[in-house]
Write a protein of this length. Sequence first.
Length: 331
Amino acid sequence: MLASEADGTHHVPRLLVSTSGISPSDRVDFWREQTAHIAFPLTLREWKDDQLFVIRPLGGIAMIDMRCRLTERTHSDIVKKPGDCIVIAHQLSGETVLEGRHGQDPTQLKAGDVAVVDPDQPFVHTGSAGYLRVWVFPRAILSHVPTLVDRCGGLMRLPDDGSAKLVKTFINELGSQIETLRPLAAEAFAAEAAQILSIALSSRMHGEGGEATRNAAASVRLLHLHNAIQRSLGDPLLSVARIAADCGISPRTVHYVFDSSGTSFASHVLGRRLETVKAALSNPRNAFTSVAELAFACGFNSLSNFHLRYRERFGESPGKTRGRYLDQRSN
């Protein structure tokens, strides 16, 4: 069964793929068809119960949550559709084993482990109870990552060091926000994830880090701040001190991180509030909610200031934004 949903505010598509309603004799073919369409062909030999297989597109990447006992990427699969992507496999729970080229030692993934897989190389994934989260990144944004992975036989488990922890932290944060990010923001975060992954792999192979690793850490810290602000956006008293406390850092560090990114804390908060109100105005679910209610819900405490800032940013009044989207829907 396929279903497409949208987030109540941001209209981010979510594709759900499930074996519900599919006869047991057709399930394997169904799985193959969907994985080939979203990512690349896989041979699914064993699966457990009637479980939900969730695919969430995010800009140019995709996040796939799955639980299968035996999944294989065969030579035949590769010939049918070479992988124009690189896979990050994140073991959420339980344990699995990944096997790459002949002669390569199997790679065991325990809960929390992350591995990078090149789908242009055959591999076998054997799972027990537990869930595996698969991130699919286009090769185009991953720079030299495919070359680094290929040197390791097409399969590499990231060590539990500082750079690998950055990768885990970043993809965890990305996963928690995947249904609220807009496509352009998603593409930017995907590029950041690719940069951090490149650093982690280079560190694994060459023991390198330095300035690149510090830049990656700054990107993760900025994402933490963005998420903390988003969670508290409706609080009109939202402050640097409040966010600093939530993130366990000093107010001075908050200012430094934003200044280093080319903006300020106040500008970011204002921008997010305005974008959130605009998205809410275009959502038919809010057709009977007043502009004032939406503005107050997003943290504005002055309607006159809100209307002024809204017009400055979007070049039109909130009412005109709402009317335009309602006209589009009626047509």
